[in-house]
Design a protein around this ligand. Structure first.
Ligand code: PMV
Length: 322
């Protein structure tokens, strides 16, 4: 922590914070209805923030460097997520007088595409601001704080994104249940393909809710079937059984299609990945575009990524878990 009372008075204090992207391997959407889900951090993609002592009387100034936006925390309304997060940090720490601090945010995580960019940017900026103020959030505190920002983005988030980005570990997540970190029996190699079509999670989550209200029995059966896939995936993960995990990803994808959250692009990219040798593939996150994930044997990652690139995937990330 660089926020030391012993810093020379003329030296600007600096404090950093970062948080990884996240990937849902199993259980998106059904998790909103209290089914379990499995998610992992992607440490190769990060949001980073640095807090630097600002001009006297300048207040909190936000610099979203990746999109070239610079603004005063007080100049934007309650629905601007970064300013909202900073206000919550100050409230949480009981700080009434606004500090003079510049917060610079940089992020490699594609926006609105199912990789938890909203949660990671909020977590990075909250960590940096709190550290600059001399306070270290525990992962549980940070997760609770970022959950409030997630509510702005999603309306009724399950809490999975804020949990993974704050704890930075593979998790077994179930709403209203204690968090469990997951043992993984063998390293998993994942190819993540950004379809280039982005649809806000709030929209797909809202549509699933309306469908569930219209046809509760059918949707509850789908959620329960996803829950069953997630339970089986947990055992396959612990055993390091890639073939079973791949088959379970395909099964989860079919259930997401039945829920109406998969776009033709998700289905096409999943099929391309399987044909190129992936053990299984599905959409990941909110769906209707966004990201797909494919499980591959290590030696096949390049071939699967190339096939997906040729099929039109906008960005590709290869990541290992476990
Ligand atoms: O779009 P993402 O990656 O933020 O994932 C959302 C996951 C959902 O299950 C669809 C919603 C939620 O709040 O869990």
């Amino acid at each position: 922590m660089s926020n030391s009372q012993h810093d020379p008075p003329d030296q600007k204090r600096r404090a950093w914070g970062s948080a990884p992207a996240k990937l849902i391997l199993f259980g998106e959407h059904a998790v909103v209805y209290d089914q379990p889900a499995i998610a992992v951090p992607m440490p190769s993609l990060k949001a980073r923030a640095v807090a630097v002592t600002g001009r006297r009387g300048g207040g909190v100034i936000l610099h979203a460097e990746t999109i070239g936006r610079h603004y005063l925390m007080d100049a934007v309304g309650e629905s601007e997520p970064l300013a909202f997060t900073c206000r919550n940090v100050l409230r949480w720490l009981g700080i009434e007088r606004q500090p003079d601090v510049d917060l610079h945010l940089m992020s490699d995580i594609p926006i609105a595409s199912g990789l938890g960019s909203g949660a990671a940017t909020a977590a990075a900026i909250a960590r940096a601001l709190a550290r600059w103020l001399g306070y270290e959030f525990s992962p549980a505190q940070l997760s609770a704080l970022v959950y409030r920002t997630e509510q702005l983005h999603h309306g009724t988030p399950s809490g999975i994104d804020n949990t993974v980005v704050a704890f930075e570990q593979p998790i077994w997540f179930r709403r209203h249940a204690p968090l469990e970190t997951l043992p993984i029996g063998a390293r998993l190699c994942l190819v993540v393909a950004d379809s280039g079509e982005s649809s806000p999670t709030r929209i797909t989550v809202g549509e699933v809710r309306r469908q569930w209200q219209r046809e509760p029995a059918q949707y509850e059966a789908l959620f329960a079937a996803v829950g069953d896939v997630v339970q089986r995936a947990r055992a396959a993960l612990a055993a390091g059984d890639g073939a079973t995990l791949g088959a379970l990803m395909n099964e989860n994808q079919q259930l997401l299609e039945a829920m109406g959250v998969s776009a033709p692009t998700n289905e096409r990219l999943a099929e391309v990945a399987r044909r190129a040798g992936a053990l299984g593939a599905k959409l990941s996150g909110g769906g209707r575009g966004g990201n797909n994930v494919a499980l591959v044997a290590r030696g096949d990652a390049e071939r699967v990524a190339e096939a997906l690139r040729q099929a039109g995937a906008r960005q590709l990330f290869v990541t290992e878990v476990g």
